[in-house]
Design a protein around this ligand. Structure first.
Ligand code: GLC
Length: 756
């Protein structure tokens, strides 16, 4: 088979492959999507529908628009808006909405679709259920910090249960972009900088959202996004150019998407960004050759909001008609909100610029997912079920556990934490302490501030009557004045312990919210320093959607905890951790740089020809240490662990062999704890240079005080593969290092060799 490595060459290859795909299998011969309802009979029903549908009907199915509730309008405007939406449904002009919520409202839309439209095709209702629907979980970067895929999966299952009950069939999640740039606002939505952790979290979310049957009343179809390499935006500036090597595309950005496809994700969302000059929403390499031909994906692809017509601004297409042709031909089945499919493809087909078979294939894929979701048999939602499952105690319990596990203890001098039983008065200060909205983070779904257990409320509830909790806001999250800082400092001065809760407002993170500086806002820094000056032991709690360059706090706080935007149960989870009911086990899924000037700065970097030392002529900055503030994989506990006795049972393995390595981990402290034991490797010599470390596995172990366990890893040599200069995926013979470690910056080191 010819190697399609140049893009021009690729287009030829893809077109050839694309023609083959058109005549390809009907029902997926190796469908991985959990869809027992996709029986052979379904293909016949789709064939029959396609026979009856006009081109306009098909283009309607390929169009998605905002069908959001109108509850914030006045009754007259609301009725007009609803009549417009129902008219669109009745005419079959749109087969999918986003923004429609609630069993009652969505049933109104669905009833018109199923009973009054020409072909009685149900609507496919999608929404951004990113980290919870009404019960809100930690932001995904926080979820990843738990390194607990089972718990993340449970959280996604809760989100699916609440969303489906409220009429949402399809979530535009998980967001599985890999990001190495904390200036990027959307790093908050990712699993951080590592492709392997990204794969693990992608699979956990897909399984949680979809379960074993996406037609079930408590499951939704997932959507792996943003396909692909959106996290590679230059400068961490949202929507910016992505110019990366093919090795970086294949080794860093694609793996979580391949894992999601292997896990059976039902859909993908094509991204806004270009990839080396070709926009992701019109890219035949990624959308057809890789996704359809190599990975055998059988689900559907939706564009990200107007990313189809944004190819005009990219300078890749001339006009909406050209954009629509390029996107549909490359493999974007459904157009979100650009209307270019509905408005221009009929003309393009009449002009012979697009084959109607392309439209039929896309329509088949969309109809197939509507059948898979059971919408033809059960199009409606049950308002009673919605009331019953939403914000249930069970759901809140999962959110509380995941929030506590997501928190990362970064510093704890003199065992300041957990809070000592001697403490009688705690001053809680800061703009995020009694704050119900910001802890829900960005993409808060249908989460409501009134549902949030704030940090202050959680701490008060846990302190009970034995401990006095005083509170002062001190300053605003952003802007405002320093007027409140003295009063906050006075409270701290009069207390046994000060807990300063600072960080980012939710709108400092997320889409369109990239930051050029990533420290605490000045007044918050001033508040922290004023509290520190009182001499009262100070715990700094960060609530953020990204790493922060908290150099001063990392040096001067008695304890420092990254709590992220932790969701509806943030206060209870924070109290669980600070009072020691939960021993923190979180590990950083992303490097904390000392300064923005170090970025991009990630643990799995290359060694260069002059790795950084104190020497002048090495790869370093003259005004900053070459190390991070906190490394990937780092996180402390209330206990301590000792790693010993690394054993490489297989010092020489073949390319089809398995590396077997183990080490002993002992709890050398006074309290029980859970440790995330990490496995890293380094390929010392390769036909393309290799990172100085690569995460290849991790295990969570529980250890009582004094207990030790032998932790074993069995790593198939295939997991050592990488792409050589000819873009062939290879496992090359040679020497490797291996670590079993508590973070990416340390660990027990061993060696092994891959032999022919
Ligand atoms: C947004 C985001 C995407 C989201 C979509 C629908 O612009 O990029 O993540 O799913 O539009 O809200």
């Amino acid at each position: 088979m010819t190697r399609c490595t140049s893009f021009r060459g690729l287009r030829a290859c893809v077109l050839a492959v694309f023609v083959v795909t058109l005549a390809g299998p009907g029902l997926a011969d190796n469908l991985r999507i959990p869809a027992p309802k996709l029986t052979p009979d379904v293909e016949r029903r789709i064939d029959a529908l396609l026979e009856r549908m006009t081109l306009a009907d098909k283009l309607g199915q390929l169009s998605q628009q905002w069908g959001g509730e109108t509850q914030d309008m006045n009754p007259d405007a609301r009725q007009r808006a609803l009549d417009d939406i129902l008219g669109i449904v009745r005419a079959g002009l749109c087969g999918s909405f986003l923004g429609a919520h609630g069993a009652e409202y969505t049933n109104v839309l669905q009833r018109v679709a199923v009973e009054e439209s020409k072909h009685k095709i149900p609507m496919l209702l999608g929404n951004d259920v990113i980290h919870g629907y009404r019960t809100i979980f930690p932001v995904p970067l926080g979820e990843a910090a738990s390194w607990d895929p089972d718990l993340v999966q449970a959280g996604a299952a809760v989100a699916a249960e609440e969303a489906r009950a409220a009429g949402t069939h399809w979530t535009f999640a998980p967001m599985i972009d890999v990001s190495r740039d904390p200036r990027w606002g959307r790093i908050v939505e990712t699993a951080g900088e590592d492709p392997y952790l990204g794969q693990v979290m992608a699979v956990a979310h897909v399984k949680g959202f979809q379960g074993g049957d996406i037609s079930a009343p408590d499951r939704v179809m997932a959507c792996a996004k943003h396909y692909v390499a959106y996290g590679g935006a230059e400068g961490g500036r949202d929507y910016n150019t992505v110019d990366i090597s093919m090795q970086t595309l294949y080794e860093v950005h694609l793996p979580p998407f391949e894992a999601a496809v292997q896990a059976g994700v039902g859909s993908l969302m094509s991204a806004f960004n270009e990839i080396n000059g070709v926009p992701a929403s019109g890219n035949p390499l990624t959308l057809d050759k890789i996704l359809r031909n190599d990975w055998k994906f059988r689900g559907m692809v939706v564009s990200d909001w107007t990313s189809v017509t944004e190819m005009i601004a990219h300078g890749y297409v001339v006009d909406p008609a050209h954009a629509a042709r390029v996107a549909i031909t490359a493999g974007v089945d459904m157009d979100m909100c650009s209307f270019s499919y509905r408005d221009t493809l009929a003309e393009s087909i009449k002009a012979g610029l697009v084959d109607e078979a392309v439209i039929d294939l896309a329509t088949r894929r969309v109809l197939r997912m509507k059948f898979a979701l059971g919408l033809f048999d059960n199009p409606y939602s049950d308002p009673d079920r919605e009331a019953r499952v939403t914000l249930s105690a069970k759901n809140r319990g999962v959110a509380r556990r995941l929030a506590a596990r997501s928190m990362v203890l970064l510093r704890n001098e003199d065992n300041t934490l957990p809070i000592s039983t001697d403490v009688r008065r705690i001053a809680v200060v800061g703009p995020l302490a009694d704050n119900a909205r910001d802890p829900l983070g960005t993409w808060e779904g249908r989460g409501r501030a009134e549902d949030t257990v704030t940090a202050l409320a959680g701490l008060k509830a846990r302190a009970g009557s034995d401990i006095e909790i005083t509170y002062a806001k001190g300053c605003e999250t952003r802007g405002g004045t320093a007027d409140g800082i003295p009063a906050a400092a006075d409270l701290a001065r009069a207390a046994d312990l000060a807990i300063v809760i600072v960080g980012e407002s939710e709108d400092m993170t997320g889409e369109g919210h990239s930051r050029s500086e990533i420290g605490l806002p000045p007044l918050q820094q001033q508040l922290v320093k004023a509290v520190h000056a009182t001499g009262t032991p100070m715990v700094v709690v960060l609530m953020s959607g990204r790493p922060l360059t908290v150099n001063w706090e990392a040096e001067n706080a008695a304890a420092l905890l990254e709590a992220w935007h932790a969701g509806s149960e943030c206060g209870n989870a924070l109290a669980d951790v600070l009072f020691g009911d939960v021993n923190p086990s979180g590990k950083l899924p992303v490097t904390f740089p000392r300064r923005v000037g170090q970025i991009p700065f990630h643990y799995n970097h290359k060694n260069t020809g002059r790795p950084p030392t104190e020497e002048r002529y090495t790869s370093r900055y003259i005004d900053l240490p070459s190390s991070p503030l906190f490394p990937f994989g780092y996180g402390l506990s209330y206990t301590t662990y000792a790693y010993s006795d690394l054993q490489v049972a297989t010092p020489r393995i073949k390319a089809d062999g398995t590396l077997e390595v183990s080490a002993t981990v002992r709890n050398t402290g006074q309290v029980a704890g859970e440790e995330i034991v990490q496995l890293y490797i380094r390929d010392l010599v390769g036909s393309t240079t290799r990172p100085v470390r690569e995460l290849k596995g991790f295990q969570r172990i529980s250890l009582a005080p004094g207990e030790e366990k032998k932790v074993r890893f069995a790593l198939p040599a295939d997991r050592l593969a990488f792409y050589n200069p000819q873009m062939q995926r290879v496992v090359e013979p040679g020497r490797f290092k291996v670590w079993i470690a508590t973070s990416s910056a340390e660990g027990l080191e061993g060696e092994f060799e891959v032999v022919r």
